[in-house]
Design a protein around this ligand. Structure first.
Ligand SMILES: *[C@@H]1O[C@H](CO)[C@@H](O)[C@H](O)[C@H]1NC(C)=O
Ligand SMILES: *[C@@H]1O[C@H](CO)[C@@H](O)[C@H](O)[C@H]1NC(C)=O
Length: 506
């Protein structure tokens, strides 16, 4: 009895504290061996998506990327308290500044995660923050004091540029213990999709990932699925044009915007297939395989046409796409009486960890949508909330619908629109932040620039579908120390619905 209590204590300390300091009862290898047998202390993350869904803890705080509208100020990572029992609920409780300017922080990822769950030696303790505009990569120590992260190391943008890569976007952790970051531009910020590998222990840049003669024309997001020996990446457009704002004429220019998915053989790193989705598939952004590590399908949200495509493996092993959702444009009339069609601009999509629901935001329409994807070929609309958008920001009036009412949360009117999404592990709380990309924020939502962005929370009915705005939740970024800022991606300390990729066990 006494013996087994000791083993459990040793396991707990091995998992949560640093082994040499804490595990005084047994040597490292003894504990590690016992732990593997008892599976009481595994490596980072969760054993499976359903393990995270059923047994993951409720999120206590969020790490939120905050972008300065004024490029002469430092972007930062905000720690936001989302524990309803805490006296600082809904407040920014810490700011970790990059120490540099002009970064345009955007997305983030981990040094290691659930793809390394079987390796008890590894710890998820560094959040990786690439700066889109600067190419700098910040490794932030969130292990020492999770509430007060600290910059641990900076990889200079010049390191990526020397590999002919700029505009680093998505960070994923690999089962090899490497960090892989997708890039959108070549050294001159012309469109080019590639990936850079970083050693997660030394944080040294190891080189580019793609092998073989072909590089993708454009880059953006990606997701890998080793069970099917595949990685699929998406395409936004040419960074040097995107960063000057949204220009409607660029959208149909095949040298400026992408319309394709790039399918790679995961084991050889070769680009094998390019699936062109055409005009309706312009600017495929966030791409998500189903979380099930054996799934041979997933979804991608295409921004400009506000369309979701399902991608899947066909009988002969090639990959195909099929349009499954489209949000129609709205007929609007501008202040000077000009009638036009306003596209939704689908900016983020996310899947619940049980692969039951797909959520997306339409940033120009200002809406968040929920679809039941139990039958992935036929997503069913189950929920829909209006929170902002171009009409509510007084840029247009609707031509064929009644005018919507401005959304006010805790006495504050929401300017801007919902954009990045993050869902709780159990699927019950959906957070939405309002910033897309600062040059585009300035163009579409000048009032959000002036007043600051925000995060709201939707409560989800996971049984029957449906979402409701929580009237008591608002994180507002209007009164930040250096003026209003723009909140973008949100992550939970122990992993969330978009940070981890699981590997099949057999
Ligand atoms: C960088 O990439 C571009 C686009 O793929 C290519 O045309 C150019 O030759 C590359 N430059 C170097 C120095 O590798
Ligand atoms: C696979 O099937 C599709 C039609 O479904 C065809 O277009 C493609 O050429 C086939 N590929 C191979 C490698 O046989």
């Amino acid at each position: 009895m006494r013996q087994s209590l000791f083993i459990i204590l040793a396991c707990v300390c091995y998992r949560y504290l640093s082994p040499p300091v804490a595990c005084i009862w047994y040597s490292d290898s003894v504990v590690s061996d016992l732990c593997t047998k008892m599976s009481c202390c595994k490596g980072p993350g969760y054993a499976s998506p359903l393990d995270a869904f059923r047994n993951g803890p409720r999120e206590q705080f969020l790490y939120v990327i905050c972008v300065q509208p004024d490029q002469s100020k430092q972007d930062y990572l905000a720690t936001v308290d989302v524990d309803p029992k805490s006296p600082t609920y809904c407040q920014v409780i810490h700011r970790t500044y990059t120490g540099k300017t002009g970064d345009e922080l955007h997305h983030s990822g981990w040094n290691v995660c659930s793809s390394c769950h079987d390796n008890a030696e590894l710890k998820r303790n560094l959040l990786i923050l690439p700066g889109l505009a600067s190419g700098n990569i910040y490794a932030v120590d969130v292990g020492t004091d999770p509430r007060k992260p600290k910059i641990h190391k900076v990889i200079d943008g010049a390191d990526f540029k020397s590999l002919n890569c700029t505009f680093p976007h998505t960070t994923h952790c690999l089962a090899t213990g490497e960090i892989m970051i997708s890039t959108m531009g070549d050294k001159d910020e012309e469109g080019q999709g590639d990936f850079v590998l970083i050693d997660s222990k030394t944080l040294k840049v190891k080189g580019t990932w793609t092998k073989g003669p072909k590089l993708a024309k454009f880059g953006y997001d990606y997701w890998y699925q080793p069970y099917h020996d595949v990685m699929i990446s998406s395409e936004w457009g040419t960074p040097k044009y995107l960063k000057t704002g949204y220009h409607p004429d660029d959208v149909t220019n095949p040298d400026r915007y992408g319309t394709s998915l790039n399918v790679y053989k995961w084991s050889t790193h070769e680009l094998q297939q390019v699936i062109d989705m055409g005009k309706e598939g312009t600017a495929p952004l966030e791409i998500r395989f189903l979380h099930d590590p054996k799934a041979d399908q997933g979804f991608v949200g295409c921004a400009i046409g506000a369309t979701v495509y399902r991608f899947f493996k066909s009988e002969n092993g090639t990959w195909k796409t099929d349009k499954v959702i489209n949000v129609p444009a709205k007929k609007v009339v501008s202040k000077d009486g000009v009638v036009s069609e306003l596209n939704g601009l689908m900016s983020d999509i996310i899947l619940s960890l049980d692969d039951k629901y797909l959520y997306f935001s339409t940033w120009l329409h200002g809406e968040v949508w929920q679809y039941d994807i139990s039958d992935p070929k036929n997503p069913k609309l189950t929920g829909h909330v209006l929170l902002g958008g171009q009409v509510l920001n007084d840029h247009y009036k609707l031509l064929e619908e009644d005018p919507p009412k401005p959304v006010i949360v805790k006495g504050k009117r929401l300017y801007g629109a919902p954009q990045m999404l993050q869902l709780s592990l159990d699927g019950k709380r959906l957070y939405a932040s309002s910033s897309f990309f600062s040059p585009w924020d300035k163009q579409f939502y000048p009032k959000m620039i002036e007043q600051g962005g925000w995060i709201i929370k939707l409560d989800v009915d996971t049984e029957n579908g449906g979402m409701k705005l929580d009237p008591d939740f608002l994180v507002h970024f209007g009164n930040e120390p250096d003026g209003p800022v723009l909140p973008h991606e949100m992550r939970y300390p122990g992993g969330d619905c978009t940070s981890d990729i699981w590997l099949a066990k057999d």
